[in-house]
Write a protein that binds this ligand. Structure first.
Ligand SMILES: Nc1nc2c(c(=O)[nH]1)N[C@H]1C(S)=C(S)[C@@H](COP(=O)(O)O)O[C@H]1N2
Ligand SMILES: [Mo]
Length: 439
């Protein structure tokens, strides 16, 4: 079947159209308000200057929320050649796309079907020769390592690791939080090869004061301001010392594609994907929880206690995301297809559970009135997703929904309805449902 490009749903132009002041703020840090009078000053002015390629003599006259023409006309160059034509594109600047469920049928997710989540611009790749990784901060010795040193001086490990965006499933929340309206496909389970971050931290020597990491990458901020990081998250030392948290140097046996962090990235499986810094240049060891972009405010945080949908939650009541919850996807049959009534067919998919693992999965074709156990295969290594299968026979012709509900080793199951609303729409692990017609 010929590949066609996925549908483009949102981009910078649309963002300016829908909410110009927020767009201004996101891209340039320009805020409205009596004290700022909407003027571009300082860093914001410098960054807009960088985007348009010069100073802006009449910047004081520039209306708030006016998309600079220079920005409106540049669509981020990202070739879809390396991506499957069925990928669903949420945004072009930054690039954000997810896999429809049927593309997640492989045990090892091919790069072409792995979602892409960028907060900044797609960088021009730094060569393996020029690339360096710095490990510094609360360590006895600062390390500066080349790609070859990582490949040669440390144990290489290869594992299938689930990487899921914290906002996967966001589109199910009501009211709809802002951010990419991910459905089910901001999850991938590629085979990653790399070195354990714990080995690097041991080589550098952790000081007793070490409690958290802060990660940096070389992807430019959307504004073009080289002093601003697109995102910089990290994690508690215990998670970073887990032998499954790696600095990946290969994806599915090949160089990591540019979109996924060439030449090296963190993979901290089972936690919100934002911990897994792409285009990695630095791991700073800190004596406090990291405060980089994406660590504070409402980003990658959820309320400590359940809140009513739509609540304005004060920052101090928010806590940083940790493990992702138990979840599953139906990868076959494909939603919207026909099956034969009275004849068995294979319902199958993948299931995962953050830091935990999946011990059971049940399926239903009568809206949850009855559930039937599927077989769940063991993971080839911890933190890989797990294959599940069930044989299903639909009794009569007509419209059906097929539901899947996974349970983890702690006995926690996916909810049938959308779980706790939160301001930015994280952790929606409600059951995946697909529709089929029996003929
Ligand atoms: N440098 C950098 N690393 C990053 C990001 C980014 O924007 N820049 N996005 C993060 C987020 S939010 C997620 S979910 C994962 C997505 O990884 P992928 O694009 O390879 O699927 O990368 C993380 N690492
Ligand atoms: Mo993410």
């Amino acid at each position: 079947m010929p590949k066609k490009h996925g549908k483009q749903e949102r981009g910078i132009v649309e963002l300016y159209h829908d909410d110009p002041e927020r767009a201004d703020w996101l891209v340039f840090g320009r805020r409205s308000g009596p004290d700022r009078r909407g003027f571009l000053k300082g860093a914001g002015l410098a960054s807009m200057g960088a985007v348009v390629g010069g100073t802006i003599p009449f910047s004081a006259n520039m209306p708030m929320g006016l998309i600079p023409n220079a920005l409106a006309e540049t669509v981020e160059e990202f070739s879809m050649d390396s991506k499957h034509g069925d990928m669903v594109i949420h945004n072009d600047r930054p690039v954000n796309m997810e896999a429809p469920a049927h593309l997640l049928d492989d045990d090892v997710t091919p790069a072409e079907a792995h979602f892409v989540r960028n907060n900044g611009a797609m960088p021009s790749p730094v060569s393996k020769e020029d690339w360096r990784l710095t490990i510094d901060g609360e360590v006895n010795e600062t390390l500066e390592l080349s790609y070859d040193q990582l490949m040669e001086d440390f144990d290489l490990v290869t594992m299938r690791l689930q990487l899921e965006c914290g906002g996967n499933g966001r589109s199910g929340f009501n009211p709809q939080p802002r951010g990419n309206p991910w459905m089910i496909g901001a999850i991938g389970n590629a085979e990653w090869t790399g070195v354990r971050l714990s080995d690097l931290l041991r080589r550098a020597g952790l000081k007793a004061s070490a409690v958290y990491t802060g990660h940096e990458g070389y992807d430019p901020h959307l504004s073009g301001d080289s002093d601003r990081l697109s995102i910089s998250r990290g994690g508690p030392i215990a998670k970073m010392m887990d032998p499954h948290t790696i600095i990946a140097l290969k994806m599915n046996g090949e160089d990591i594609p540019v979109a996924h962090g060439f030449p090296a990235r963190v993979v901290a499986p089972g936690w919100a994907g934002s911990v897994s810094q792409k285009w990695l240049t630095r791991v700073q060891v800190l004596d406090h929880q990291h405060t980089g972009p994406g660590m504070t405010g409402l980003s990658y945080r959820v309320p400590r206690h359940p809140v009513e949908p739509g609540t304005d939650v004060p920052e101090e009541d928010m806590e940083v995301l940790a493990s992702m919850p138990v979840k599953s996807v139906i990868t076959n049959p494909r939603a919207g297809t026909e099956v034969t009534a009275g004849r068995p067919f294979e319902l199958r998919g993948q299931a995962w559970a953050g830091d935990n693992w999946v011990t059971g999965l049940d399926v239903s074709f009568d809206y949850g009135a009855s559930w039937h156990p599927a077989t769940v295969e063991p993971a080839p290594n911890r933190y890989s997703w797990q294959r599940w299968r069930a044989e299903v026979t639909l009794p009569l012709t007509g419209y059906y929904e097929l539901w899947a509900r996974a349970t983890d080793n702690l006995g926690r199951s996916q909810p049938v309805v959308v779980p706790g609303w939160n301001p930015r729409g994280y952790l929606n692990n409600s059951c995946h449902r697909i529709d089929v017609t029996a003929v």
